[in-house]
Design a protein around this ligand. Structure first.
Ligand code: HEC
Length: 327
């Protein structure tokens, strides 16, 4: 089992229209999702503890995760049965170099806010967590809320054995200052819910997609499970490291194809090159191609350049990126 170290987008190769938009713009711009507003938990960042920080190699973002006291207590105890009322709030920042010391990256501006609120009864369909996603201005993105929530839950199922929560707590300084021994990190490591791949014939793929692929490809590895049923734009972007790892392992392209066959994210090794690329100085990676469907103004893609031939939002993008994995 290898761990993905880094993924960097090296630039767009081409942008091709592919499929009709299935998303619904009219859900964008609201201040409420699933009954939550960003200020439902007003000023959470100064009231709750920061429980962990993550750096995302796929998006190059910092993620700061705060937990209300109830959620934090359970997280630190290594418990996974989060009670009703537990809340996690995650803030994503884009980074920029500090001009006076450029190897030091600083969180520059908020990109989006995400909430997870436990209520087993109300949010039974999404494993007891109510999900909410807002842009930097506290407004919702396109997408019918229940469908987006299902997409959130589908990926958070990967962390089912941590109660649907990815975060593991970092040690709070408070332990040091109170002269207490820090508790050992309790991270549930089980991979029972690891996404599985199955072989699929290229003929089974939608025609528009086949036309974009190199002609000699015969089979692909298709990611199975709930992620196929519930997809939103973030899923297609974020799943690329998984797909890259599977593609390299199997030698075939790896795809996440939505159940109805309209939306996808596919990754395969770049052909006609030596395959090598350098990632951040000395680290060597492999050149991979990513093609995924896009939607205009969809979450996580505010900075993407779009080309639309028909004036609406049926798009896909093809990019080359450098993928680094641990042996
Ligand atoms: C493709 C996978 C994926 C999808 C889809 C996804 N998440 Fe997450 N989520 C993660 C990962 C991985 C983390 C760990 C922190 C990080 O890497 O940003 C996380 C962390 C979080 C956290 C902090 C608590 C925790 O689990 O660590 C919140 C809150 C959250 N996500 C909300 C959402 C919401 C709301 C949605 C849907 C709009 C969503 N997530 C969709 C993968 C996903």
């Amino acid at each position: 089992m290898f761990r993905i170290l880094a993924l960097a987008l090296l630039g767009s190769l081409a942008v091709t229209p592919v499929f009709a938009d299935t998303d619904d713009q009219r859900w964008a711009g609201n201040i409420e999702m699933n009954g939550f507003k960003l200020d439902t938990f007003e000023d959470f960042a100064s009231k709750w503890n920061l429980v962990t920080v993550r750096y995302r190699v796929d998006s190059g973002e910092f993620r700061f995760t705060y937990a209300n006291p109830l959620a934090e207590k359970h997280l630190r105890a290594g418990k996974t049965d989060y009670p009703d009322g537990a809340v996690f709030a995650k803030v994503s920042y884009v980074l920029s170099n500090d001009p006076i010391f450029t190897s030091s990256m600083t969180p520059e501006k908020v990109q989006r806010y995400q909430l997870m609120v436990k209520n087993k009864k109300k949010f039974g369909a999404t494993d007891g967590w109510g999900y909410a996603l807002f842009n930097a201005n506290g407004k919702t993105y396109p997408g019918e809320p229940q469908a987006v929530s299902m997409a959130c839950a589908a990926c958070h199922k990967i962390a089912a054995e941590r109660g649907g929560v990815f975060s593991s707590p970092i040690e709070p300084l408070r332990h040091y200052f109170n002269d207490k021994k820090p508790s050992a990190e309790k991270r549930v490591q089980s991979r029972a819910y690891a996404p599985k791949f199955e072989a699929m014939k290229v003929e089974q793929l939608p025609k528009d997609l086949r036309d974009l692929l190199p002609k000699d490809m015969k089979t692909v590895r298709s990611l199975q499970g709930d992620l196929r049923k519930n997809i939103f734009q973030g899923t297609l972007d974020e799943v690329r490291p998984f797909l890259a790892a599977e593609s390299l392992r199997s030698g075939a392209p790896a795809i996440l194809l939505s159940q109805e066959g309209l939306r996808f994210s596919i990754v395969y090794q770049a052909q006609g090159t030596t395959g090598g690329c350098s990632f951040g100085g000395d680290r060597k990676g492999l050149s991979m191609i990513s093609i995924l469907t896009l939607q205009k103004a969809s979450p996580f893609s505010e900075d993407t350049a779009y080309i639309s031939t028909d004036g609406d939002s049926s798009l896909s993008k093809k990019q080359e990126f450098c993928f680094v994995q641990e042996p």
